[in-house]
Design a protein around this ligand. Structure first.
Ligand SMILES: Nc1ncnc2c1ncn2[C@@H]1O[C@H](COP(=O)(O)OP(=O)(O)OP(=O)(O)O)[C@@H](O)[C@H]1O
Ligand SMILES: [Mg+2]
Length: 274
C-alpha cells in the first residue's frame, strides 16, 4: 500500500487515463431520492440532481442544512441507492461500497473498544492488507500530520470530539483511496486546527492526484479547497450553481483574505445560500 502523501503528482494508470478522457470519474444523472417517513408520507431529498466530477478534481458541496448533501454523498459512497436516475464511478454503475472509495462521515464513528491505531488498521485488515512495519510507519506519519502522535494506543473515549474526527480522517486516508468523500470533516475542530487540516488536505490532494468531494458549511473552506463549488438549494436538493475557483495553488489562507477573486466568489455563494 502507498500512502497518498508519498505518491507522485497526478499518478494514474494507463487504463484510468483512457477512462478519464472518455468520461468523468463520477457521473450522476437525473438522480432522485425519496425517504419514506414513519408518518407515512415521503421526503423528497434529491430532485433530479446532475453532477459530473473529473478524475483528480476537488469538488466542494455547499447548501443549507437538510438540503440533501449527505444523501448525495451516501449515494456516491455506494451506501444507499437512488429512486430514479443513475450514478456511476469510473463508468460502472454504483451498486455498493468500493475499496477505491474512502469516506469521512459527519461523526467519527470509531469503534469504542479499539484503540486509535486499531481503528485505523481495521478497514485495511478487512481489505486483506498485511500489518507490516512499513504500513505502521505510514500510519504514524499520517497521525503526526493530524496532531495525534502519541495517541495511537488511546481509546476513543480518551480523545476529544475533534481528535476522534481527525482519527477518522486518518482511517480514510490510510487506505489510500482514489476517491475521498468527506462530509463536514472539520466541523468539530477549533479554527486553527481546521486551518491546518485544510492546508494538509490540500497538500495531500496536490501530491496524490486523488479525487475529493467535500461537504462543508464554511464558504471560506470551500473556496480555499475547491476547484469547483457546487451549490445546492434548500430541500428538495437541486444543484443551483457550479462555480469554478480560479485561484492558484497551493493556496495560503492568510493570502486569501482581500483577494478580489475570493471576495467575489464568497459574495456570490452567500447570495445563493440566502
Ligand atoms: N434515513 C432517512 N430517513 C428519512 N429522512 C431522511 C433520512 N436521511 C435524511 N433524511 C431527510 O432528507 C433530507 C436531506 O438530509 P441530508 O442528511 O442529506 O441533509 P444535509 O444537506 O446533509 O444536511 P446537514 O447540512 O444538516 O447535514 C432531510 O430533510 C432529512 O430529514
Ligand atoms: Mg449532512
Amino acid at each position: 500500500m502507498t500512502i497518498a502523501i508519498e505518491a507522485p503528482a497526478g499518478a494514474m494508470i494507463a487504463g484510468e487515463q483512457a477512462q478519464s478522457r472518455r468520461s468523468p470519474l463520477i457521473a450522476v444523472k437525473d438522480v432522485v431520492k425519496v425517504y419514506p417517513t414513519v408518518a407515512g408520507d415521503a421526503v423528497l431529498a434529491l430532485d433530479h440532481v446532475n453532477l459530473d466530477i473529473e478524475s483528480g478534481e476537488f469538488v466542494c458541496l455547499v447548501g443549507p442544512s437538510g438540503c440533501g448533501k449527505t444523501t448525495l454523498l451516501r449515494l456516491l459512497a455506494g451506501l444507499d441507492t437512488s429512486d430514479a436516475g443513475t450514478s456511476s464511478l469510473a463508468g460502472k454503475a454504483l451498486n455498493g461500497p468500493s475499496p477505491e472509495v474512502g469516506v469521512v462521515f459527519q461523526q467519527a464513528n470509531l469503534l469504542p473498544w479499539f484503540t486509535v491505531m486499531q481503528n485505523v488498521l481495521l478497514p485495511l485488515s478487512v481489505g486483506g492488507a498485511r500489518k507490516s512495519e512499513q504500513l505502521i510507519t505510514q500510519i504514524q506519519a499520517l497521525l503526526r500530520v493530524a496532531g495525534l502522535e502519541g495517541f495511537e494506543n488511546k481509546y476513543p473515549y480518551e480523545l476529544s470530539g475533534g481528535m476522534q474526527q481527525r482519527a477518522s480522517i486518518v482511517r480514510a486516508l490510510a487506505r489510500d483511496p482514489k476517491l475521498l468523500l468527506m462530509d463536514e470533516p472539520f466541523g468539530a475542530l477549533d479554527a486553527l486546527t481546521r486551518e491546518r487540516m485544510n492546508a494538509e488536505l490540500q497538500r495531500i490532494w496536490m501530491a496524490s492526484g486523488k479525487t475529493v468531494v467535500l461537504i462543508t458549511h464554511s464558504i471560506e473552506e470551500a473556496i480555499f479547497l475547491g476547484d469547483r463549488i457546487v451549490v445546492m438549494s434548500p430541500r428538495p436538493g437541486r444543484i443551483v450553481r457550479e462555480l469554478k475557483v480560479d485561484l492558484p495553488r497551493p493556496r495560503v489562507s492568510t493570502e486569501m483574505l482581500g483577494n478580489p477573486v475570493h471576495t467575489a466568489l464568497a459574495r456570490e455563494i452567500r447570495m445563493l445560500l440566502e
